[in-house]
Design a protein around this ligand. Sequence first.
Ligand SMILES: O=C[C@H](O)COP(=O)(O)O
Length: 254
Amino acid sequence: MRKKIVAGNWKMNMDYNEGLALFSEIVNMVKDEITGQQQAVVCSPFIHLHSLAQLAKGYDKIAIGAQNAHQNESGAFTGETSAKMIKSTGAAYVILGHSERRQYFGENNELLAKKTDTVLANGLKPIFCIGETLDEREANQYFDVIKTQLQEGLYHLSAEQFGQVVLAYEPVWAIGTGKTATSDQAQEIHAFIRAELAAKYGQEVADDTTILYGGSANPKNAPELFAQPDIDGGLIGGASLKSRDFLDIVKVFN
Ligand SMILES: O=C[C@H](O)COP(=O)(O)O
Protein backbone atom coordinates (compact mmCIF):
# COMPACT_ATOMS: atom_id res chain seq x y z
CA MET A 1 0.00 0.00 0.00
CA ARG A 2 1.58 3.28 -1.06
CA LYS A 3 2.09 6.11 1.39
CA LYS A 4 -0.16 9.18 1.43
CA ILE A 5 1.95 12.32 1.80
CA VAL A 6 1.17 16.00 2.12
CA ALA A 7 4.35 18.04 1.69
CA GLY A 8 4.58 21.77 2.28
CA ASN A 9 7.07 23.74 0.22
CA TRP A 10 7.82 27.02 1.96
CA LYS A 11 9.92 28.18 -1.00
CA MET A 12 11.95 31.33 -0.11
CA ASN A 13 9.65 32.41 2.71
CA MET A 14 9.94 32.59 6.51
CA ASP A 15 12.94 34.02 8.34
CA TYR A 16 14.45 31.78 11.02
CA ASN A 17 12.11 32.78 13.86
CA GLU A 18 8.99 32.89 11.71
CA GLY A 19 9.78 29.41 10.45
CA LEU A 20 10.21 27.99 13.93
CA ALA A 21 6.95 29.56 15.10
CA LEU A 22 5.03 28.19 12.12
CA PHE A 23 6.54 24.74 12.49
CA SER A 24 5.79 24.59 16.23
CA GLU A 25 2.13 25.24 15.43
CA ILE A 26 2.20 22.54 12.77
CA VAL A 27 3.79 19.97 15.11
CA ASN A 28 1.15 20.60 17.78
CA MET A 29 -1.67 20.24 15.30
CA VAL A 30 -0.20 17.10 13.70
CA LYS A 31 0.22 15.53 17.13
CA ASP A 32 -3.35 16.31 18.19
CA GLU A 33 -5.29 15.97 14.98
CA ILE A 34 -3.75 13.41 12.63
CA THR A 35 -5.44 10.07 13.06
CA GLY A 36 -4.61 8.41 9.74
CA GLN A 37 -1.46 6.85 8.33
CA GLN A 38 -0.48 9.87 6.22
CA GLN A 39 2.87 11.59 6.43
CA ALA A 40 3.23 15.37 6.67
CA VAL A 41 6.50 16.73 5.28
CA VAL A 42 7.69 20.31 5.66
CA CYS A 43 10.27 21.43 3.09
CA SER A 44 11.86 24.56 4.48
CA PRO A 45 14.81 26.72 3.47
CA PHE A 46 18.16 25.24 4.55
CA ILE A 47 18.51 27.60 7.52
CA HIS A 48 15.59 25.94 9.32
CA LEU A 49 16.29 22.28 8.68
CA HIS A 50 18.21 21.31 11.79
CA SER A 51 15.94 23.19 14.21
CA LEU A 52 12.79 21.78 12.61
CA ALA A 53 14.19 18.27 12.76
CA GLN A 54 14.84 18.77 16.49
CA LEU A 55 11.27 19.98 17.05
CA ALA A 56 9.89 17.03 15.07
CA LYS A 57 11.82 14.42 17.08
CA GLY A 58 9.55 11.70 18.40
CA TYR A 59 6.70 12.47 15.98
CA ASP A 60 6.70 9.94 13.20
CA LYS A 61 3.83 11.65 11.32
CA ILE A 62 5.97 14.63 10.44
CA ALA A 63 9.23 14.75 8.51
CA ILE A 64 11.49 17.49 7.20
CA GLY A 65 12.74 18.11 3.70
CA ALA A 66 15.01 20.49 1.80
CA GLN A 67 14.10 22.17 -1.48
CA ASN A 68 17.28 21.47 -3.44
CA ALA A 69 20.67 19.79 -3.16
CA HIS A 70 23.91 20.02 -5.14
CA GLN A 71 24.79 17.18 -7.49
CA ASN A 72 28.36 16.84 -6.15
CA GLU A 73 29.24 15.24 -2.86
CA SER A 74 31.42 18.14 -1.68
CA GLY A 75 33.97 20.63 -2.94
CA ALA A 76 34.56 24.17 -4.12
CA PHE A 77 30.98 25.18 -4.91
CA THR A 78 30.55 28.40 -2.97
CA GLY A 79 27.05 28.95 -1.68
CA GLU A 80 25.83 25.41 -2.34
CA THR A 81 24.54 22.75 0.05
CA SER A 82 25.29 19.05 -0.29
CA ALA A 83 22.98 16.10 0.26
CA LYS A 84 25.26 14.87 3.05
CA MET A 85 24.87 18.20 4.85
CA ILE A 86 21.10 17.99 4.48
CA LYS A 87 21.07 14.44 5.79
CA SER A 88 23.11 15.50 8.82
CA THR A 89 20.40 17.96 9.88
CA GLY A 90 17.88 15.15 10.34
CA ALA A 91 15.95 15.89 7.14
CA ALA A 92 14.57 12.92 5.22
CA TYR A 93 13.38 14.38 1.90
CA VAL A 94 14.66 16.72 -0.81
CA ILE A 95 12.52 18.36 -3.48
CA LEU A 96 14.27 18.04 -6.86
CA GLY A 97 13.36 19.55 -10.20
CA HIS A 98 10.76 21.98 -8.96
CA SER A 99 9.62 24.04 -11.96
CA GLU A 100 11.06 27.17 -10.33
CA ARG A 101 14.49 25.49 -10.24
CA ARG A 102 14.04 24.38 -13.86
CA GLN A 103 12.87 27.83 -14.98
CA TYR A 104 15.02 30.27 -12.95
CA PHE A 105 18.15 28.21 -12.33
CA GLY A 106 18.39 26.34 -15.62
CA GLU A 107 18.08 22.86 -14.09
CA ASN A 108 17.52 20.30 -16.83
CA ASN A 109 16.73 16.60 -16.78
CA GLU A 110 20.39 15.61 -17.14
CA LEU A 111 21.42 17.63 -14.09
CA LEU A 112 18.41 16.37 -12.14
CA ALA A 113 19.40 12.78 -12.88
CA LYS A 114 22.76 13.49 -11.20
CA LYS A 115 21.13 15.24 -8.26
CA THR A 116 18.80 12.28 -7.81
CA ASP A 117 21.76 9.89 -7.64
CA THR A 118 23.53 12.01 -5.04
CA VAL A 119 20.42 12.45 -2.92
CA LEU A 120 19.70 8.70 -2.96
CA ALA A 121 23.34 7.85 -2.22
CA ASN A 122 23.04 9.92 0.94
CA GLY A 123 19.95 8.12 2.17
CA LEU A 124 17.47 10.89 1.38
CA LYS A 125 14.21 10.54 -0.54
CA PRO A 126 13.75 12.77 -3.59
CA ILE A 127 10.38 14.44 -4.16
CA PHE A 128 10.90 14.66 -7.89
CA CYS A 129 8.77 17.26 -9.70
CA ILE A 130 7.50 16.96 -13.24
CA GLY A 131 4.91 18.91 -15.18
CA GLU A 132 4.17 20.89 -18.31
CA THR A 133 4.05 24.64 -18.99
CA LEU A 134 0.94 26.38 -20.29
CA ASP A 135 2.35 26.46 -23.84
CA GLU A 136 3.05 22.75 -23.72
CA ARG A 137 -0.46 22.03 -22.47
CA GLU A 138 -2.07 24.19 -25.12
CA ALA A 139 0.04 22.51 -27.80
CA ASN A 140 -1.14 19.12 -26.49
CA GLN A 141 2.46 18.10 -25.77
CA TYR A 142 2.01 17.37 -22.10
CA PHE A 143 2.16 13.60 -22.23
CA ASP A 144 5.42 13.76 -24.20
CA VAL A 145 6.93 16.36 -21.86
CA ILE A 146 6.15 14.28 -18.79
CA LYS A 147 7.41 11.09 -20.38
CA THR A 148 10.70 12.76 -21.29
CA GLN A 149 11.11 14.18 -17.77
CA LEU A 150 10.66 10.68 -16.35
CA GLN A 151 12.94 9.01 -18.90
CA GLU A 152 15.80 11.48 -18.68
CA GLY A 153 15.56 12.30 -14.99
CA LEU A 154 14.77 8.97 -13.38
CA TYR A 155 14.75 5.94 -15.64
CA HIS A 156 18.46 5.25 -15.10
CA LEU A 157 17.51 4.16 -11.55
CA SER A 158 17.09 0.53 -10.62
CA ALA A 159 13.63 -0.56 -9.42
CA GLU A 160 15.02 -0.70 -5.90
CA GLN A 161 16.33 2.87 -6.10
CA PHE A 162 13.11 4.04 -7.70
CA GLY A 163 11.27 2.69 -4.67
CA GLN A 164 12.71 5.61 -2.65
CA VAL A 165 11.36 8.26 -5.02
CA VAL A 166 8.19 10.31 -4.47
CA LEU A 167 6.85 11.96 -7.63
CA ALA A 168 5.05 15.29 -7.74
CA TYR A 169 3.02 16.29 -10.78
CA GLU A 170 2.88 20.06 -10.90
CA PRO A 171 1.37 21.68 -13.98
CA VAL A 172 3.44 24.86 -14.18
CA TRP A 173 0.36 26.90 -15.19
CA ALA A 174 -1.30 26.01 -11.89
CA ILE A 175 1.56 27.00 -9.55
CA GLY A 176 0.83 30.07 -7.46
CA THR A 177 -1.78 31.19 -9.98
CA GLY A 178 -4.94 30.18 -8.14
CA LYS A 179 -5.71 28.11 -11.26
CA THR A 180 -5.89 24.49 -10.10
CA ALA A 181 -5.99 21.60 -12.52
CA THR A 182 -9.44 20.04 -12.26
CA SER A 183 -9.48 16.73 -10.45
CA ASP A 184 -10.16 15.03 -13.80
CA GLN A 185 -7.19 16.74 -15.48
CA ALA A 186 -4.91 15.83 -12.59
CA GLN A 187 -6.17 12.24 -12.40
CA GLU A 188 -5.64 11.82 -16.16
CA ILE A 189 -1.96 12.70 -15.80
CA HIS A 190 -1.43 10.72 -12.59
CA ALA A 191 -2.92 7.62 -14.24
CA PHE A 192 -0.67 8.22 -17.27
CA ILE A 193 2.39 8.48 -15.03
CA ARG A 194 1.48 5.28 -13.21
CA ALA A 195 1.00 3.44 -16.49
CA GLU A 196 4.40 4.69 -17.66
CA LEU A 197 5.99 3.45 -14.42
CA ALA A 198 4.30 0.08 -14.84
CA ALA A 199 5.75 -0.23 -18.35
CA LYS A 200 9.24 0.64 -17.09
CA TYR A 201 9.41 -0.96 -13.64
CA GLY A 202 6.42 -3.31 -13.47
CA GLN A 203 2.99 -2.98 -11.91
CA GLU A 204 4.11 -3.58 -8.34
CA VAL A 205 6.58 -0.66 -8.33
CA ALA A 206 4.00 1.54 -10.10
CA ASP A 207 1.35 0.68 -7.51
CA ASP A 208 3.75 1.43 -4.66
CA THR A 209 4.84 4.86 -5.95
CA THR A 210 3.39 7.90 -4.22
CA ILE A 211 2.42 10.56 -6.78
CA LEU A 212 1.57 14.00 -5.37
CA TYR A 213 -0.35 16.78 -7.05
CA GLY A 214 0.90 20.38 -6.76
CA GLY A 215 -0.50 23.66 -8.02
CA SER A 216 -2.83 25.99 -6.07
CA ALA A 217 -4.03 23.16 -3.83
CA ASN A 218 -5.90 24.38 -0.76
CA PRO A 219 -8.23 23.05 1.96
CA LYS A 220 -11.24 23.55 -0.33
CA ASN A 221 -10.06 21.69 -3.42
CA ALA A 222 -7.84 19.08 -1.73
CA PRO A 223 -10.67 16.66 -0.81
CA GLU A 224 -11.77 16.28 -4.43
CA LEU A 225 -8.21 16.07 -5.74
CA PHE A 226 -7.11 13.51 -3.13
CA ALA A 227 -10.22 11.40 -3.75
CA GLN A 228 -8.87 10.52 -7.21
CA PRO A 229 -7.51 6.98 -7.35
CA ASP A 230 -4.01 7.93 -8.53
CA ILE A 231 -3.49 11.12 -6.47
CA ASP A 232 -1.70 10.22 -3.26
CA GLY A 233 -1.40 13.64 -1.69
CA GLY A 234 -0.06 17.08 -2.47
CA LEU A 235 2.94 19.35 -2.73
CA ILE A 236 1.60 22.54 -1.26
CA GLY A 237 3.12 26.00 -1.74
CA GLY A 238 1.14 29.04 -0.60
CA ALA A 239 -1.27 27.17 1.65
CA SER A 240 1.61 25.54 3.56
CA LEU A 241 2.56 28.93 5.02
CA LYS A 242 -0.57 28.95 7.18
CA SER A 243 -0.58 26.21 9.81
CA ARG A 244 -4.38 25.80 9.83
CA ASP A 245 -4.64 25.53 6.05
CA PHE A 246 -1.74 23.11 5.83
CA LEU A 247 -3.16 20.91 8.58
CA ASP A 248 -6.60 20.93 7.02
CA ILE A 249 -5.03 19.60 3.83
CA VAL A 250 -3.08 16.93 5.75
CA LYS A 251 -6.32 15.97 7.53
CA VAL A 252 -8.05 15.11 4.26
CA PHE A 253 -6.49 11.65 4.75
CA ASN A 254 -7.76 11.17 8.33
O1 LIG B 1 5.79 23.28 -4.53
C1 LIG B 1 4.64 23.71 -4.55
C2 LIG B 1 4.02 24.13 -5.77
O2 LIG B 1 4.88 24.94 -6.52
C3 LIG B 1 2.64 24.69 -5.62
O3 LIG B 1 2.65 26.00 -5.17
P1 LIG B 1 1.23 26.69 -4.85
O4 LIG B 1 0.50 25.75 -3.96
O5 LIG B 1 1.58 27.99 -4.20
O6 LIG B 1 0.53 26.86 -6.17
